[in-house]
Unconditional design. Structure first.
Lengths: 237, 224
């Protein structure tokens, strides 16, 4: 078994118009910039994108939105230091938004990857984000029913990967990625270093390879926050 | 110290006095983050941030930021000995599951029944909720830091919230620029107030009745 692919373009070539794509990361931490930019080059349209945020500056998810690829965002916080790309499209009525409390977003993705179609959470009970959702009372407290969230693809940034797709993440870059890797039908990983099976201590694996389909090595990956601070703009190759 | 009102730093200092040694604490983005600066000597609280980190410390020196090591406000932080990383579902499991000792948030309005409004003023612009609706559920104490009144002078402690709600019946204590107020059985109970302020003056800037249970202590903070 070998899940390695030779390049980013091969990795994203299966993502077609109308797909639902989970993208790992919280702000710039864990954001798979190189995979996103390869997806912009490939250019599928009418995508539903699931990420905690909705892009920043003129790179990554913001550049996807600017390129007109995104029909809908599912996220908790569509604001950032430079939220122009999403804000302009949203105010113009050109992009849909499903706003989900952050913990509920994480749990919906976990549920999607672990075969739990719905669950109850106290978050959002009694607020406008619970409107239209079933509620229930357990042991005297009120809860809102939330549904699982799945995707056709997940784009993930890892630190180490092996040929079997076992992954480790660097520091707080882990965030949504282990959940998304499990919740997507096809999980595509960019890893800073790809090693032989056995190259990662089994006790240190964060995401087991069963959740991973494709691995591409991207040595010395870019960091969204650093690119934004440098004023970098991504344009389709 | 001004007798008129506490500064944000002084409100944060007062809140920090109630954080026990070894407490697991989530501080909301912005004003509540100041509480960490006033950690009482000899106590070691562990700070939680929603994006998946327990045990972070202050910002690094400018130029030495690592952007994989950030807090929920997307600011660069540092690691303290004993820190740990985890994924987002575990992070919010810690919140909803009752494992945090205290969550401290900002507020637009707090109602006497403990309802909190802090995420949105109206229905214009792009809505963004982040973790606010999750953080108000589960911590053993959910505390709010706020000015006692708005910039226009309207009460922020109210009979019922008029802004969109973040959570229902979730707040347990409010630290304001004038007082420390608990929420008990659907009403405000005044615990501390500035010594120079009369009960009548405080009630006049509070949007619902202030009850008392025994003595009201003076709210005393250092110059900061």
């Amino acid at each position: 078994m070998d899940k390695r692919l030779p390049g980013l373009n091969e990795a994203v070539s299966g993502i077609k118009d109308g797909a639902t794509v989970m993208i790992g990361g919280f702000g710039g931490s864990g954001n798979p910039i190189e995979l996103i930019h390869a997806l912009i080059d490939a250019g599928p349209k009418d995508l539903t994108v699931i990420n905690n945020n909705a892009g920043n500056g003129k790179i990554g998810i913001a550049a996807m939105i600017d390129a007109g690829m995104v029909k809908k965002m599912i996220c908790s916080f569509p604001k950032s230091s430079d939220p122009r790309a999403f804000t302009d499209r949203y105010m113009a009525g050109e992009i849909e938004l499903e706003l989900v409390p952050q913990g509920t977003l994480a749990e919906r993705i976990r549920a999607g990857g672990t075969g739990i179609p719905a669950f109850y959470t106290p978050a959002s009970y009694g607020t406008e984000l619970a409107e239209g959702k079933p509620t229930a009372e357990f042991d005297g407290k009120h809860y809102v029913q939330e549904r699982w969230l799945k995707a056709d693809f997940a784009l993930i940034k890892a630190e180490l990967a092996d040929h079997f797709g076992n992954l480790t993440y660097r520091m707080a870059a882990r965030n949504f990625s282990p959940l998304m890797a499990a919740a997507a039908a096809t999980t595509i990983v960019q890893a800073t270093k790809v090693v032989e099976p056995g190259g990662i201590d089994p006790e240190q694996v964060h995401t087991p390879g069963i959740f991973v389909d494709h691995v591409v090595e991207v040595a010395d990956p870019q960091q969204e926050e650093a690119l934004i601070r440098a004023g970098v703009e991504y344009e389709r190759a | 110290m001004s007798e008129l009102k506490l500064s944000n730093a002084q409100i944060a200092w007062r809140a920090a006095q109630d954080i026990e040694d070894g407490a697991y604490v989530n501080l909301g983005i912005g004003f509540p983050e100041m509480v960490a600066q006033y950690t009482v000597d000899g106590r070691t609280p562990v700070f939680h941030t929603e994006n998946g980190l327990l045990g972070f410390g202050p910002a690094p020196e400018p130029g030495s930021e690592d952007w994989d090591l950030i807090n929920a406000g997307k600011k660069a932080v540092t690691l303290k000995p004993g820190a740990s990383f985890f994924h987002h579902a575990d992070s919010f499991g810690m919140v909803r599951g009752g494992h945090l000792d205290v969550a401290i948030l900002g507020a637009l309005q707090v109602a006497q029944n403990g309802d909190l409004a802090n995420w949105r003023v109206g229905n214009k612009g792009v809505p963004a909720v982040g973790g606010a609706m999750d953080l108000v559920h589960g911590a053993k104490r959910v505390a709010v830091l706020t000015d006692h009144v708005t910039k226009k002078g309207d009460p922020k402690l109210v009979d019922a919230c008029t802004f969109p709600l973040t959570g229902v019946g979730c707040v347990t204590r409010v630290y304001t620029s004038l007082a420390v107020v608990d929420i008990v059985d659907g009403h405000f109970v005044l615990r501390e107030k500035l010594a120079g302020m009369s009960m009548d003056d405080l009630q006049a800037v509070t949007g619902a009745p202030l009850h008392t249970e025994g003595d009201v202590a003076d709210l005393v903070v250092p110059e900061l």
